[in-house]
Design a protein around this ligand. Structure first.
Ligand SMILES: Nc1ncnc2c1ncn2[C@@H]1O[C@H](COP(=O)(O)OP(=O)(O)OP(=O)(O)O)[C@@H](O)[C@H]1O
Length: 586
């Protein structure tokens, strides 16, 4: 509970910063509505007593007060509700949602994305930023409603302490009404399978081409329609019974409240003045609404705790894992990158994905990382890109520990097309130049061999990609080309990673593509001493690399040039032979 008041204060401060006048108005309106019911009763009493006594001034005061209290109760109450909804919506969308996204996007590395406790929290917060802001207002308005209830009871009790029993009648009415609503909710749940079946059969009979073909050929439409009607009948019968029961519970509640109310008025009528009768009738009739407001806002405040806990957790996590400013990466690589005993295990994994890997990647070299599926290649290049941190061992860049290098600076100096590339549903041009300061689209497209793809897009680089927003859907290989062009958009990175860049290509195209990348890598290397790491599980395509690293079960098993590895006659030589023969045959 300790952190919740901090969140409420923060949310109030955000509302104030975003819309100061609306926040001030809402606070004032909440305060005014707090005592509106009691004020209405009291001013009506003044009015009735004044009429009886023939006191004109008091009549005017009482009437004006009653009009104002009436307006505050009905007019302002509605305004408070509307303003809260709008303010909460605005602040959550313009402040809290971006904050949550910023926290997620700003965390260094991607290791948190492997952690269920992180993912669970982020999932719980998805689309729920409004509840975080509303929690502050719900608490404030619950307290205000409770204060309003206390004042209302004090006023009722001042007429006759027995009138306080009306509180029990109001609570009883609300309890009985909720009892009915619970039954309706249970019926919704119980009838859900039948309604699902109803929708499912609708799809089979009217929408789904494959199912429809079978339905037609089997002449089963009649049976399906009968099943659908039966499912609908069952669902509506359950729901109708629950609705009837809810109406009965609610009516019983109103009988309880009306009986108490009638008793209260009779009691006051036998002992009190006409003014007191009007006061008791007005306040007593509104008591149920006041109690209901307290319960509703308290329940909302309590319900919002489900969102506040993950929100606080996420903020604390971000504070504990914030990227710290580090050493600026060199502008040019001189000696290269060295891995010394690097080991890494995914959170919760029994075995490390990368074990005790030691290797030197010389500046300006093209390094091929090969190995069977699941041998740890992608994990190793993600460690180089500082997306994960080694559990033990270290990686140095020109002798400087990668851990100490500024993470954002190292990312800016690296460029990568990973196997699990993003499919950004923006224009082609934006999907390529995203995150690359020099927006040389043409060069990037050419380097990635995506010219043909752009030529086929209806609006060239301005074409919207992906079907979700009405754009052009691409094939797997075409999406990969976009990702490769994106990786090529940074003209002179120090580290250039291509993770299975030809995975979606056929074998004959593959060699040509590799040769193209290797040529480009040599050009970048001349400018910045950049290292290009090309990941592949196909041994036959990387012979031209300066250094080939062979991975198996997370370990580095062999390292050398193509000729050296063939001469060594180890796994590389064996697998190269097998795959080269297979491709030649294919
Ligand atoms: N996000 C993850 N969470 C848990 N384990 C993972 C994760 N990603 C990979 N692994 C495991 O780590 C090991 C190495 O995977 P990695 O993707 O690095 O291998 P790879 O050599 O690149 O494989 P591939 O050629 O199939 O891409 C595998 O056993 C894999 O199952």
């Amino acid at each position: 509970m300790t952190g919740y008041p901090r969140v409420w204060r923060m949310m109030m401060a955000l509302c104030w910063r975003e819309r100061p006048r609306a926040t001030a108005t809402l606070l004032a309106a909440t305060l005014v509505t707090t005592g509106a019911v009691a004020a209405l009763g009291l001013t009506l009493k003044v009015l009735v007593d004044a009429v009886q006594a023939g006191d004109r001034t008091a009549v005017v005061i009482g009437a004006t007060g009653a009009a104002l209290a009436f307006g505050a109760h009905w007019g302002l109450g509605h305004l408070v509700h509307l303003m809260t909804v709008k303010l909460v919506e605005r602040v959550s969308l313009s402040r809290v949602e971006p904050e949550i996204m910023g926290i997620c996007a700003g965390l260094p590395g991607i290791e948190h994305l492997e952690r269920p406790e992180f993912l669970d929290r982020v999932t719980a917060l998805r689309g729920r930023s409004g509840a975080i802001v509303d929690s502050a207002w719900a608490v404030l308005q619950a307290v205000a409603s409770a204060l309003g209830l206390a004042v209302t009871l004090a006023v009722l009790g001042s007429v006759n302490p027995w009138l306080l029993l009306l509180l029990a009648c109001a609570a009883g009415q609300l309890w009985l009404e909720r009892r009915g609503k619970r039954g309706v909710a249970a019926a919704d749940l119980a009838s859900a399978p039948d309604l699902r079946l109803h929708r499912h059969l609708y799809r089979d009979v009217c929408v789904e081409p494959a199912a429809l073909a079978e339905v037609r050929t089997g002449a089963a439409a009649g049976d399906l329609l009968a099943s659908q009607a039966e499912a609908w009948r069952r669902a509506t019968a359950v729901r109708f019974r629950a609705a009837l029961a809810a109406a009965a519970w609610s009516s019983a509640g109103w009988v309880v409240f009306a009986t108490g109310f009638a008793g209260a008025i009779a009691l006051v009528a036998s002992t009190g003045s006409p003014g007191q009768i009007v006061l008791a009738a007005t306040v007593g009739a509104q008591l149920r609404g006041v109690v209901e407001a307290v319960l509703r806002r308290s329940a909302q405040a309590g319900g919002h705790r489900r969102v506040l806990a993950p929100y606080l957790w996420l903020r604390d996590y971000a504070a504990g894992h914030a990227a710290t400013a580090g050493q600026v990466p060199p502008e040019r690589l001189r000696s290269g990158i060295e891995l010394s005993g690097v080991t890494f295990a995914y959170p919760g994994a029994a075995e490390p994905a990368v074990r005790e890997v030691s290797a030197v990647l010389p500046a300006g070299s093209v390094v091929a990382l090969v190995g069977e599926y699941g041998s740890g290649k992608t994990t190793l290049v993600k460690l180089l890109a500082k997306l994960y941190r080694p559990a033990s061992g270290r990686i140095t860049v020109d002798g400087a520990d990668l851990e100490r290098l500024d993470t954002a600076g190292w990312r800016a100096a690296s460029s990568a097309a990973f196997q699990d590339f993003g499919r950004y549903q923006t224009t082609f041009a934006d999907a390529v130049t995203m995150g690359a300061p020099p927006r040389d689209l043409v060069a990037a497209v050419e380097a990635a061999g995506a010219d043909e793809l752009v030529a086929r897009l209806p609006d060239g680089g301005a074409t919207l990609l992906g079907a979700r927003f009405g754009g052009v859907e691409l094939s797997e290989g075409q999406w990969q080309k976009v990702a490769l062009a994106r990786a090529c958009a940074r003209p002179a990175p120090l580290l250039f990673i291509l993770d299975e860049p030809t995975a979606s290509l056929d074998a004959p195209s593959e060699h040509a593509v590799f040769t193209g990348y290797i040529r480009r890598s040599r050009a970048i290397a001349a400018a910045t001493g950049a290292i290009t790491v090309i990941v592949s599980h196909r041994f036959s395509t990387v012979a031209e690399a300066d250094l080939i690293l062979v991975m198996a079960h997370g370990r580095l098993t062999e390292a050398g040039t193509h000729e050296e590895l063939l001469a060594a006659g180890g796994d590389y030589a064996a697998l190269y032979g097998v795959q080269a023969t297979a491709y030649a045959a294919g």
